[in-house]
Design a protein around this ligand. Structure first.
Ligand code: NAD
Length: 254
């Protein structure tokens, strides 16, 4: 059992009860941690606020990562209420639906930059805001997918953004390591969420994973949640710059 009593974490990326960020939040709470969460916009607030209240989140605040003022104000609130934090979860990604189907070569410049900005650069930006609050060291966890290192049908521009995200994990780990801040990614197998539903033919990704991975099953949110809690805990004190696969072994199969 992971013990996170007295520890404080920022979790970014809850949209609804299917969100990986929500499973991570629940796991952190089960381990005794306090949490601060964001929501993207007013529309999302309706779903996120009741969930966050269910786990007594100390902070529930709007923060679109492309909005510098909202990002600044979110971390100011975190500083006011928590003072110091022990870690941060980045479970944020976005690409236009038309860029998640067909040929990757057809990706527009605008679509490419948007996917990179929200899905990869935002990790760098939130890490920069979180670093001064991690005065006792800390741990940052982001979410990736196999499409970062292999060509996966329809994943297209998001695969390129995840490759940049995984490289950012390594550079951030090198930068922040001397301050005892660890940075890692979980590469999760496919799981039905709001974002996943934007990928064309996502059902067949789920079907293929179940047929072909060594464990012949799909992952569940709880295992991603508990793996994140482990990486955010002192149990993982010597793990940084890594990508940990929670995918029933899919990555070892050609
Ligand atoms: P989700 O839709 O529940 O979560 C994505 C979150 O990103 C949402 O809460 C959304 O509000 C947020 N977001 C988008 N644009 C934003 C912005 N500008 N500012 C702030 N927040 C923004 O879906 P999910 O599957 O839980 O996704 C979480 C992470 O897990 C993503 O990085 C995703 O790529 C990754 N992932 C998902 C799967 C899967 O199969 N579902 C597999 C591997 C990795």
């Amino acid at each position: 059992m992971i013990d996170l009593n007295g520890k404080k974490y920022v979790v970014m990326g809850i949209a609804n009860k299917m969100s990986l960020a929500w499973f991570i939040t629940q796991s952190l709470k089960k381990a005794g941690a306090q949490v601060a969460v964001n929501f993207l916009n007013e529309k999302m607030e309706k779903r996120v606020r009741p969930l966050a209240e269910e786990v007594n989140a100390e902070i529930i605040q709007q923060c679109d990562v492309t909005n510098a003022d909202e990002l600044k104000s979110f971390f100011e609130t975190v500083k006011e209420k928590f003072g110091q934090i022990d870690g941060l979860v980045h479970a944020i990604a976005y690409a236009e639906r038309e860029d998640l189907e067909g040929r990757f070569i057809d990706t527009s410049r605008e679509g490419f930059l948007k996917a990179m900005d929200i899905s990869a650069y935002s990790l760098v930006d939130v890490a920069k805001h979180a670093e001064p609050l991690m005065t006792n060291g800390g741990s940052i966890v982001t979410l990736s997918y196999l499409g970062a290192v292999r060509v996966v049908e329809n994943y297209n521009v998001m695969g390129v953004a995840k490759a940049a995200l995984e490289a950012s994990v390594r550079y951030l780990a090198a930068d922040m390591g001397p301050n005892n801040i660890r940075v890692n990614a979980i590469s999760a197998g496919p799981i039905k969420t709001l974002s996943a539903s934007g990928i064309r033919d996502f059902r067949s990704m789920l079907g293929k994973a179940e047929e072909q991975n060594p464990l012949r099953q799909n992952i569940d949110g709880e295992s991603v949640g508990d793996t994140a809690s482990f990486l955010l805990s002192p149990l993982a004190k010597h793990i940084t710059g890594d990508v940990l696969y929670v995918d029933c072994g899919a990555q070892i199969i050609k």
